[in-house]
Write a protein that binds this ligand. Sequence first.
Ligand SMILES: [Zn+2]
Length: 150
Amino acid sequence: MSKPNKTELTKYKAILEKQLASLKGDVGSMRDEARRASDQDASVDHLADQGPDNYDQGFRLGLIENEEETIKLIEEALDRIKGNGDWDFGVCPLCQEEIENAKKPGKDGKKPKPAKATDIWIPKARLEYLPWARYCVRHQETEERNREIA
Ligand SMILES: [Zn+2]
């Protein structure tokens, strides 16, 4: 695995921008729908009628939240491509950390844990499919597990 070259970066950037535009459009129209639905809810006083509508409403808001999360990830990835991100585009910062830590001796003088990561670059197959990925698959899973526990 290696650093994405210029051609690849241009390609990822195009995918990211296209995806961003379509998500922003989606979120806009979903918001409109959600707003319309809540206007209707307000005009209906029968409690029995509110159940399914509220369920729909929650579902819609959940979708909006997911899409907004993805929009944030895409914007961060675009910043990384432009060189304004927190790390280089295509790098898994957690692999980088692992490799760095493996080079330093541990605080207690013991040998550091050997890194499982062999390089810092996220595989191209993953970036083609998910150019806004922040981490490699292994670290993505670790992150998601941590988030569930938190
Ligand atoms: Zn990683």
